[in-house]
Every structure is written in C-alpha cells, then in structure tokens.
Design a protein around this ligand. Structure first.
Ligand code: KIV
Ligand code: ZN
Length: 384
C-alpha cells in the first residue's frame, strides 16, 4: 500500500533562528536554505520579513535562490506585516504567507485584551487580505495547544472559508501530551467543515520533551504537515527535530506515513546548522548526536561487532554517518580491543589479547578514551 506523504515544513531559519544569541546572516541563511532544498523539505520558512531589514533581505534572497520548494514568510494578523511579507516573497516560485493570531484564553485576554469574536474577525480579515496577495495561505492558531477544541474548530472553519490552504495547530508552549495533541487533530478532522480541502499542520514545541511524540501523534491522527527544525533548535527548549520525525516514519513502515526527505543528508545538514549557529549538538541527541552510533560498553561492543543490529535500529549510512564507532574506554571488552587493533593492522591471538587487554585496562583507567595511535604503544608495553 502506498504510504501517505507528510510534508516537512522546515522553520530552522525562522523559529529555529529565534534561539537567543544565534542570529544568522543572509549569506549563512542562503547556504542552509540551499541544503534544505537538497534535503527534500517541502516548505522553507525563510523568516519574519517585517521583523528587521536583515530578515526581509534574507527572505528576498532565499526566494530568488530556491527552485522548487515553497518559500514561506511569517506575519502577524496585521496588514502591514502581510504587505511586507508579500513583497519579500515576490521572487518566490511558490510563495506562502503564514499568518495567524493567538487563540487561547491566555492570549486573547492578556496579549490582545480582546474576545473570541474579535479574534475570529481579525483572523479571517488577515487570511482574506493575504489571499489577495498570494494563493497559498497558512493560518496559525497560536497556543492552539491550550485552546479549547470547539473554539479552535470555529476559527479553523472561518479561516478555511476566507481562503486558508493550510491550518497550523501550534502547541506553542509545549504543553500537550501526545494523546491530547493527537485528539485535537482528530477533533478538527471530524468537526471542521471544509477540512478535507486543507492540510492540517503540527507545530510542536519541546518544553516537556514531547515535541517529536506530539508531532507524530498529530500525523497519526490526520495531520499531513509537520513543522520542525534541524537539530530541534528553537526558542526555550526548541522545536520538533526534523531528523527525529523523519526517521521515526522511516523506521516504522507500518505507520504508513513517510516524507520526501533524503535521509542520507541529515548528518551533514545537522553539522552545517550547528556550525553556522555556533550551537553544539548534544552528544546523545537522537540521530545526529556524536554518540548516536558509538558504542562504549563491552557487552554492547561485542554484540555490535558480531551483528550491528543487536544494538542499532538505524543503519548509520542511512543518515549519512559512515559507520558505527567502537570507542575504547575502560568499559570496553576484549572484542572491542581486538577489533580496533585489527583495523590498524595488529592481529592478536587469544594469548596475546589477554596480555594486551591487561595493559589496556591500566591505560584506559588513566585516560578517558584510548585512540588508535595509543594501541601500538599498549601492545609494546605488554611484552608479547
Ligand atoms: O509556536 C508558535 O506558535 C509559532 C507560530 C508563530 C507559528 O511559532
Ligand atoms: Zn513556534
């Protein structure tokens, strides 16, 4: 059965770039945008054009550069924002305006000092106005995670009538549980008239570490776009990690959903984003962390050397990592030492290995990690 395609909306250059102290200049944004297109994302959110002249310029230049991918610009539900976004997107082959407004009681009361009817009016006016500029309009209901489902359905229905093509349901504060977020999407699928004509989109933040789980839950309940960033970067605890949602769908074919992402480029784009933003990736980060395919304990190493899949569910080559790493530390066993010695041309029989292993443990206890260049020295000291 052919799988349903879930579109990947990458917001590394907009929501991702909201990380404190990590501003990217236009040149770096262009390099990343080009790689995002090569990676196969469906939408690149290039920036928030009204926010600064630099961001405006980046959206213009990305629009000129990108060949097939949709290029999107963020706005508030404000005419001036929409005018400027439309202007910034004028060279895009496939432009999208992403406009919206807060819909939760918290946002309506404290941000807007408004009421539900006025919020619906502002939302529909913004969508209609944006529609007079470009065809593809995504509407975001900010803080949808804490918005009651009936009101959310009402505003969704109204913006569909006003011309929205995509409905973004953000869990802006990362509050929802996976089941709850999935049910929200299901509720909208079942209760919004016209929902079949539009795409529902998940936009989840990671304040409770649930962004990936919530996005997958949304997709399993009918959303067909996921908004995410490379390495999960973003304000506070970040956004949904692109690499995680993509690989969850790949590793679980029975879910019957997939993306158009070329996963072999995941590792290189992760490094590119990390270096451009001077934001190191945590070593234990799923898929792209330095330790994601390295094994340091004796039991695991022995298993991986015998058969990689004993301790790895992803072939590292599938995400652009050459091979699994067998690290030599004081927790390593004989199998790992023999394996690494053999790679550098030192073949040890059982008796020799026993002797070298003793010397190795003494050395490893003193040093965090044992490198290939230490091995000949350890062998020498073992007086074979
Ligand atoms: O988290 C959020 O609600 C957002 C919107 C502006 C789309 O980033
Ligand atoms: Zn966001």
């Amino acid at each position: 059965m052919p799988k349903d395609i879930v579109h990947i909306f990458d917001t590394t250059l907009r929501d991702g770039e909201q990380v404190p102290g990590c501003k990217l200049d236009t040149k770096n944004k262009l390099i990343i945008a080009e790689q995002l297109e090569a990676l196969g994302v469906d939408v690149i959110e290039a920036g928030f054009p009204i926010s600064s002249p630099g961001d405006f310029k980046s959206v213009v230049e990305i629009s000129k550069l990108i060949k097939n991918t949709t290029v999107c610009g963020l706005t508030r539900a404000v005419k001036k924002d929409i005018d400027i976004a439309a202007d910034a997107l004028k060279y895009a082959k496939r432009p999208r305006i992403h406009t919206g407004i807060g819909t939760s009681p918290m946002h309506i009361k404290y941000k807007f000092n408004s009421d539900k009817d006025k919020i619906i009016l502002r939302a529909t006016e913004a969508v209609s106005y944006a529609k007079s500029k470009v065809e593809d309009i995504e509407f975001y209901a900010e803080d949808a995670g804490r918005t009651d489902n009936e009101f959310l359905a009402k505003i969704c229905e109204a913006v569909i009538k006003a011309g929205a093509t995509v409905l973004n349901i953000p869990d802006t504060t990362g509050y929802c549980l996976p089941e709850e977020y999935g049910s929200k999407i299901k509720f909208l699928k079942e209760n919004v008239s016209g929902v079949d004509k539009v795409t529902l989109s998940c936009h989840c933040h990671n304040d409770l570490g649930l962004a990936t789980a919530n996005s997958i839950s949304g997709a399993l309940n009918g959303a067909r776009q996921i908004e995410c960033t490379i390495n999960g970067i973003g304000e506070r605890a970040g956004n949904t990690s692109l690499e995680e949602v993509v690989m969850i769908m790949r590793q679980h074919p029975n879910l019957n959903i997939d993306t158009a992402i070329n996963s072999q480029l995941l590792n290189s784009i992760s490094q590119l984003v990390s270096e451009s933003m001077a934001m190191p990736v945590q070593p234990n980060k799923a898929i792209v962390g330095a330790n994601a395919f390295s094994h340091s304990s004796g039991i695991h190493q022995d298993g991986v050397i015998k058969h990689r899949e004993t301790y790895e569910i992803i072939d590292p080559k599938d995400v652009g990592v050459n091979e699994s790493t067998i690290l030599l530390t004081a927790r390593s066993g004989r199998a790992a030492l023999a394996y690494r010695a053999k790679i550098i041309g030192i073949n040890l029989d059982k008796r020799q290995l026993d002797k070298v292993y003793k010397t190795f443990l003494t050395f490893a206890d003193k040093n965090k990690e044992v490198s290939d260049k230490d091995i000949p020295e350890i062998v020498k000291k073992s007086n074979l």
